[in-house]
Design a protein around this ligand. Structure first.
Ligand code: NAP
Ligand code: GLV
Length: 312
């Protein structure tokens, strides 16, 4: 089996070592423009269009990330199968990141930090758990892990999905589709975006939706920058409707040096670090799925197969 590695900017050697150790029969080559069109499968992250133009015989592509929005923007052969990462060590990281941001808001850590700078010994108002809820947009692989972690701290959680969830933990309330969005937003004191970026979700975090959050709410965007209309968020914070935002993803990454998010006192910026691809976990999962594909397991039975029509 010949596997192509096409992850510009990522050092191939450690991946090569992981994959060849797990799958000694495989040969992994780093793709170069003009290479022979003889790859069976490919491991990709942000590949260029030329890769697909030059390798039309590819049977399947394994994305070294959960989100496939960048991949689906390319011109791809219609029959090409795309398989994405599912958790692979990202779920726990995402749960840590989101719980940290939620607790910071709920327990008023920013207020106490500000008071420390003033030398002020003053307890914040008592936390009122009964009237605080977290809203999670998207309850797929990562959203479910985040919800599980939030429930361990007894937060009431509202979730918003495209289709009704098959099952829900106690203490989790479900809202579905456009009809369910207003009630979902009205309950979300911390709003967490964990949606895939699709034509339906692009720009969904805008003035019309964010202004439906309770006064003093915060936004946590850990999905994709293009879910958010940046100026609408800044206006709602400056007008006092929203308290703050924790943002890990941006329209342009790295976030340009002159972007107002960098210096806004109520915006926290992290460098797309909420849930990293962990190489060993990811390689193990990709190899397992490649082995299934090469053993002719029907693609529909390979977990993580992307529905290209749906966009995730
Ligand atoms: P996933 O398993 O595909 O889950 C997607 C969830 O979003 C599902 O619950 C789905 O609803 C829901 N959804 C999709 N379109 C919707 C719509 N139009 N309206 C309402 N709900 C909708 O994805 P995942 O693995 O959890 O990952 C989610 C995203 O996180 C990725 O796409 C990626 O962009 C982002 N991510 C970011 C980082 C980071 O470091 N910042 C790391 C990893 C991933 P149904 O259940 O009804 O289908
Ligand atoms: C990271 O952003 C991913 O989609 O895995």
């Amino acid at each position: 089996m010949h596997i192509g590695f096409c992850c510009p900017g990522v050092s191939p050697e450690p991946w090569q070592a992981e994959i060849e150790q797990l799958m000694p029969q495989a040969r992994l080559s780093v793709w170069q423009p003009g290479a022979p069109a003889d790859l069976d499968y490919a491991l990709v992250w942000m590949p260029p269009q030329a890769f697909f133009d030059e390798q039309p015989q590819l049977r399947g592509v394994f994305n070294a990330a959960a989100g496939v929005d960048a991949l689906l923007k390319l011109r791809l052969p219609p029959q090409l199968k795309i398989v994405r990462l599912e958790d692979a060590g990202m779920g726990l990281q995402m749960a840590e990141y989101v719980c940290h941001a939620v607790m910071r808001h709920f327990r008023r850590f920013d207020l106490m930090a500000q008071q420390q700078r003033q030398g002020l010994w003053k307890q914040p108002p008592e936390p009122d758990r009964a009237s605080y809820a977290v809203g999670v947009m998207g309850m797929g692989v990562l959203g479910s892990r985040v919800v599980q972690a939030l429930r361990a701290f007894d937060y009431t959680v509202h979730v918003w999905t495209r289709t009704p969830p098959a099952q829900l933990l106690p203490g989790v309330l479900s809202h579905v589709g456009a009809a369910g969005l207003p009630a979902f937003l009205a309950h979300s004191h911390s709003l967490v975006c964990l949606l895939p970026l699709t034509p339906q979700t692009q720009g969904l975090l805008n003035r019309a939706t964010l202004s439906q959050l309770p006064r003093g709410a915060q936004l946590i965007n850990v999905a994709r920058g293009a879910h958010l209309v940046d100026q609408d968020l800044l206006a709602l914070i400056d007008e006092g409707h929203l308290e703050s935002a924790t943002l890990d993803v941006f329209h342009q990454e790295p976030l340009p040096a002159d972007h107002p998010f960098w210096s806004h006192p109520r915006v926290r910026v992290t460098p797309h670090a909420s849930a990293r691809t962990l190489r060993t976990d990811a390689a193990r999962q990709i190899v397992q799925k490649m082995a299934q594909a090469s053993a002719k397991v029907p693609w529909a039975q390979i977990s993580g197969l992307v529905d290209r029509g749906r966009g995730y």
